[in-house]
Design a protein around this ligand. Structure first.
Ligand SMILES: [Zn+2]
Ligand SMILES: [Zn+2]
Length: 312
C-alpha cells in the first residue's frame, strides 16, 4: 500500500518541523491552491514558516514532491519496515541550526529503538547563521555527559566541521581530539568553484581527525568526483575515511551516485539523516533505497560501536 498524496505531503511538512495539526491545515490550503506546490510554497508556506531555514527545507522537499519518479521511490520506502539500524550518525540540535534541544532527539531515538545517536552540530558561524564555536562545543560535551546519565541511548559527541579556505578545520586539534565523531564537510567553495571544492575534499580525506565525509558530492559535483574516483577511494582507504550516504530527500540522486560508484571499491559507509528536527530522524527509512545494494558489514550504523568500526 503506498502513501496517499495527503499523507506524503503531511509527512514532508512534519519532516520540516511543522506540527501534525498545522501540517493538516497546510494540506487543505495546498488543495485550494489546486495542488500547485510552487504556488503554494510561495504564498502560504512563507506565512507558516517564519524562519528562512524552514522555507528552504520546504522548497527543497517540494522539488522531490513534484518529481513523480523520486516521489514514488520515497513513498515505497516510507511504507517499508523501519530498517533495523542501531543509530543515526548525523543530527543537528538547537546548539547550531537545528530546531530542538538534544534531549528531544534522544527521546525520539529511544522510541525508534536506537542504541546510539550522534549529535553533530555545525562548527562556526557562516553566512550569519549562529552555529557552534569550539568553546561552545566543549560546553556541549559536558552537557551531554549530564544527559547521558538519564538515557540508555549512547549519545555520541560529534561535530560537523567545516574546512576553511586554507584547508584547516574550524576547531583547534586539542578540541578535535576530544570529539567522539568528526564529520568533515565541504559547504563552501569560497567562490572558487568545483576544483577548489575537490581540493578541500581531498584535505578532509587526509585529515587525521575526520571520520566521515558528510554529503561527499557537495560543491564538488558528480562530474569531478567521478573523474577523480580512484584517487578519492585511495585516500579514503589509506586514511580510514567513511563516505556518508545522505538521507536528505533532495540528496537522493547524490546518494544513488555514491552507492553506485563506490559500492564495489571495498570502502565503508554511514547513513545520516542530517536531521534538523526530531521528525526528520524518521528519514532513516530512506536507507531502504540502498540496503539491498550494499554489504551490511560495510555500514557503520549496523555496528554496536560505529566509531570502533570506522577506526579499524
Ligand atoms: Zn552539511
Ligand atoms: Zn549536517
Amino acid at each position: 500500500m503506498s502513501m496517499s498524496s495527503e499523507e506524503l505531503f503531511v509527512f514532508f511538512l512534519q519532516v520540516a518541523g511543522i506540527s501534525k495539526g498545522k501540517a493538516d491545515i497546510c494540506f487543505q490550503e495546498f488543495r485550494s491552491a489546486n495542488c500547485d506546490m510552487e504556488k503554494f510554497s510561495e504564498y502560504k508556506l512563507s506565512k507558516l514558516c517564519k524562519t528562512l531555514f524552514l522555507q528552504r527545507i520546504i522548497s527543497r522537499l517540494s522539488k522531490v514532491y513534484d518529481d513523480p519518479s523520486l516521489r514514488k521511490r520515497i513513498e515505497s520506502t516510507v511504507d517499508e519496515n523501519f530498517p533495523n539500524i542501531k543509530g543515526d550518525l548525523h543530527v543537528h540540535t538547537d546548539w547550531s541550526d537545528g530546531t530542538y534541544p538534544i534531549e528531544f532527539y534522544v527521546k525520539k531515538a529511544e522510541k525508534l529503538g536506537y542504541e546510539y545517536l550522534a549529535i553533530t552540530d555545525h562548527s562556526l558561524v557562516k553566512k550569519g547563521i549562529v552555529q557552534m564555536n569550539s568553546d561552545k562545543f566543549l560546553k556541549q560535551m559536558k552537557h551531554i555527559d549530564e544527559l547521558q546519565l538519564k538515557t540508555p541511548v549512547k549519545i555520541i559527541k560529534g561535530v560537523e566541521i567545516d574546512i576553511n579556505e586554507d584547508g584547516c578545520l574550524d576547531y583547534p586539534d586539542e578540541v578535535l581530539e576530544k570529539a567522539d565523531l568528526v564529520l568533515g564537510a565541504v559547504h563552501f567553495d569560497y567562490g572558487k568553484g568545483e576544483v577548489k571544492a575537490l581540493e578541500l575534499l581531498e584535505s578532509l580525506l587526509e585529515n587525521k581527525y575526520v571520520n566521515v565525509i558528510a554529503h561527499p558530492l557537495n560543491k564538488v559535483g558528480k562530474r569531478l568526483f567521478y573523474a577523480n574516483l580512484n584517487k578519492i577511494v585511495k585516500l579514503a582507504k589509506e586514511n580510514k575515511k567513511i563516505f556518508e550516504i545522505s538521507l536528505v530527500p533532495d540528496r537522493i540522486e547524490e546518494s544513488d551516485f555514491i552507492v553506485e560508484n563506490l559500492k564495489d571499491h571495498d570502502v565503508k559507509f554511514s547513513f545520516g539523516t542530517d536531521s534538523h528536527s526530531t521528525k526528520q530522524l524518521e528519514l532513516m527509512s530512506l536507507s531502504n533505497l540502498w540496503l539491498d545494494k550494499l554489504n551490511k558489514n560495510s555500514i557503520a550504523n549496523f555496528y554496536e560501536d560505529p566509531i570502533e568500526f570506522m577506526e579499524k
